[in-house]
Design a protein around this ligand. Structure first.
Ligand code: SF4
Ligand code: SF4
Length: 200
């Protein structure tokens, strides 16, 4: 479960405690890689925690996870996480921190272009279109770094998985629990992801 991304970004923002993903290991890509750990800047949060620390603190604030994993590749990451872990017990986040999380979540939601949860129920596409990946990169264009997302689509994603292979059979839309107009949004995403960078 992309827990901290859920906090700040898009889906499953309410943790009801019944989700089996919380039973064993929760913080799988909790910061969704580096992007979420960067913006917004710490000083703009108005709290002592960095964005990465706030995300970890949010996970640890919930009583449900038995184990929380965090990727660390530098000593200061280790120190930061220890600081948060020592200071955080379930229910220990302040009202201001909760409000900050809500504000960040709302900001990411506003920037999300397609409410795709990457559940994969629309897959496989018989034409080979990697629907969740296309939407993920399309959202990354808006939420994080447009040119980086475009680069990942053009150069890293297998062209056989590009949205341009969609023949509009409509099968995927019958399975999407989010009710996304997949065919229409795929065409839009493909055009945007192949467009030249206009964002400087
Ligand atoms: S509508 Fe397009 S993306 Fe969806 S299953 Fe058919 S070919 Fe694949
Ligand atoms: S079924 Fe809908 S929400 Fe799930 S991956 Fe496909 S497009 Fe996204």
């Amino acid at each position: 479960m992309d827990a901290a991304y859920c906090v700040a970004a898009t889906h499953c923002s309410e943790v009801c405690g019944r989700c089996p993903a919380w039973v064993a290991i929760t913080r799988c890509r909790g910061l969704r890689g580096a992007p979420l750990a960067r913006p917004p800047r710490q000083e703009r949060l108005g709290i002592k925690w960095s964005p990465a620390q706030l995300a970890l603190r949010w996970v640890l604030d919930h009583p449900e996870p038995a184990v929380t994993l965090s990727g660390m590749n530098r000593m200061d990451h280790v120190n930061e996480n220890i600081e948060v872990a020592c200071a955080t017990e379930p229910g220990s986040m302040t009202g201001h921190e909760q409000a900050m999380v809500d504000a960040i979540r709302e900001r990411y939601r506003e920037k999300t272009l397609v409410e795709c949860t990457a559940c994969g129920y629309c897959m496989p596409c018989r034409q080979g279109v990697n629907i969740p990946r296309v939407f993920s990169l399309y959202n990354d264009m808006s939420v994080f770094d447009a040119e980086r997302a475009r680069m990942f689509y053009r150069r890293v994603t297998n062209p056989d998985e590009w949205a341009s292979h969609c023949v509009e059979c409509g099968v995927c839309e019958e399975h999407c629990p989010q009710g996304i107009s997949i065919m229409e949004r795929l065409a839009e995403a493909h055009e945007a992801l192949l467009a030249e960078d206009r964002d400087g």
